[in-house]
Design a protein around this ligand. Structure first.
Ligand code: MN
Length: 490
């Protein structure tokens, strides 16, 4: 969706027409700058200065009713008595960014007089506004700095993505084609609470309902999509018969088309499968799921609907760029070279790939189906975040680990899955210990495009606990944080 953001300055009618004219001109100039020069990814819509209780209330109601509005940016150019904001803020349903800026960057020491001070007093008015937001316990982003500065621009862009994650969270619909894997604890969770907290709708269907859709895909549809695969990806036969190889790939093309039709007809944007519950499907959906993820679907394996929903939310925050489902698989524990090899049986999103993407057909070491076709590649170096949402019984906890993705030191020619290789911050031993103490899962929602602050504000807005593992993490204080959180989130 082409989201946009409302921008309004707050004031009051005490200041006289001339001052309010200046307030409006300045706000318009800022909006024009943000739209034309700042290079923001979304449009900012100027709204007239908010002066009264009714005007403020109508502003937030309008933002709430506008499907394409993902949030509001507000700034007190002058002083706006905050009791006037209570009714409006109570009605606000979209994310709020409090832009604590000022029209002039430099304080005009040689010319400043009382008129100037009265007109440019956000240092004063924004404190009144912040006070009522805090008293009302409203989660919001506060950005401090001059509106033309690069830092403010960067923070605004970051907040806009978080705002979209908040709005899109309420649109997540997960289709489960299997229950959680038997006896597994960490993929379980309270689906009612998930809908209350995050707005996620999580439904289940017998897998053979979608298998019927897969069986109904026509040979020409399958041929066309398989041709597309063959033109886009490298084919690694590795000794297999060419015609037999293609027949395996065609099964995944049928799954992709059948699954997508089933999901789109019912309005689902996320999907969950399980290798142990495939009904009449001939292969575990591998390449097919990778392609659906690339198109923006959230995904979790082994019935993991929480991770599927998180992948969807993070894909929407990033405009579906460089974000995937992953699984902590195996370690390199050589001192000085510690890292975790990330993969899954098959299902990693190609949006995180670097270099060639190849198709392989290989046996699956689990389950009892045909050898599934899958996309194989590696991931680029760089900073990223891995997140895990767990249900602790009385609450959800989001665990956010900053990670450094590394080049794999040697090729892995015998490994038939897409991989990423990362070192968790602050180092593997501390990062993994903290992750385990926090109860983090083996499945993650991963992104190169998001940072910790964005995920923290998302979690705060959802009203859930979040813990961070980053370069400053040390185990003693991390354990204290978990202890204090037990008290706060009791
Ligand atoms: Mn798994």
């Amino acid at each position: 969706m082409a989201y946009r953001f409302y921008f309004a300055a707050g004031s009051q009618d005490l200041y006289g027409d001339e001052c309010l004219e200046h307030v409006a001109l300045h706000a318009k100039e800022i909006v024009e700058y943000l739209n034309k020069e700042a290079g923001l990814p979304f449009e900012v819509v100027y709204k007239p200065t908010l002066l009264t209780r009714e005007g403020i209330y109508n502003f937030f109601k309008e933002a709430g009713n506008d499907e394409e509005c993902a949030g509001t940016i507000v700034w007190m150019h002058t002083f706006s008595p905050a009791k006037n904001w209570i009714k409006g803020l109570k009605a606000a349903t979209k994310p709020i960014c409090h832009l604590h800026t000022q029209y002039n960057e430099a304080l005009p020491f040689s010319t400043i007089d009382m008129d100037f001070m009265n007109e440019n007093q956000s240092a004063h008015g924004d404190r009144e506004f912040g006070h009522i937001m805090t008293r009302m316990k409203i989660a919001r982003k506060v950005i401090v700095g001059h509106w033309r500065s690069d830092d403010v621009r960067r923070q605004l862009v970051g907040w806009m993505k978080t705002a979209i994650g908040i709005v899109e969270s309420g649109k997540v619909r997960v289709c489960r084609f299997a229950d959680n894997m038997r006896s597994v604890a960490v993929t379980e969770g309270d689906k009612v609470e998930a809908e209350l907290k995050f707005g996620w709708v999580v439904d289940a269907y017998p897998v053979n309902d979608v298998a019927k859709y897969v069986e109904a895909v026509t040979p020409s549809q399958i041929r066309n999509l398989t041709d597309e695969y063959y033109s886009r990806y490298k084919i690694l036969l590795e000794g297999r018969d060419e015609a037999e190889f293609r027949r395996h790939v065609e099964v995944q093309a049928g799954i992709e088309i059948g699954f997508e039709k089933f999901l789109s007809e019912r309005g689902y944007n996320s999907v969950v499968t399980h290798f142990g519950d495939l009904g009449s499907l001939r292969q575990l959906p591998g390449l097919a799921i990778q392609r659906l993820m690339e198109k923006g679907y959230g995904f979790g394996a082994e019935g993991d609907w929480k991770t599927a929903a998180m992948v969807r939310v993070m894909k929407m925050m990033t405009g579906n760029r460089r974000t995937s489902f992953f699984e902590d698989y195996t370690y390199n524990l050589v001192p000085g070279h510690e890292a975790i090899l990330q993969a899954h049986m098959l299902e990693v999103c190609p949006s995180v790939a670097e270099g060639d993407i190849s198709i392989k057909v290989c046996p699956l070491s689990m389950g009892e189906r045909e050898d599934p076709a899958r996309l194989v590649y590696t991931c680029p170096e760089g900073k990223a975040i891995a997140t895990s949402l767990v249900d602790l019984g009385n609450r959800f906890r989001l665990i956010i680990n900053e990670v450094e993705c590394l080049k794999v030191p040697q090729k892995m020619p015998r490994l038939p899955v897409a991989t990423c290789y990362w070192r968790p911050e602050p180092d593997l031993k501390t990062g993994a210990e903290a992750w385990i103490l926090a109860g983090g899962a083996h499945h993650t929602a991963f992104s190169y495009e998001l940072d910790t602050d964005q995920m923290l504000l998302w979690a705060e807005t959802m009203g859930i606990e979040a813990v961070v593992i980053d370069r400053n993490t040390d185990i003693r204080s991390f354990k204290d944080t978990l202890r204090y959180n037990e008290a706060y989130w009791r």
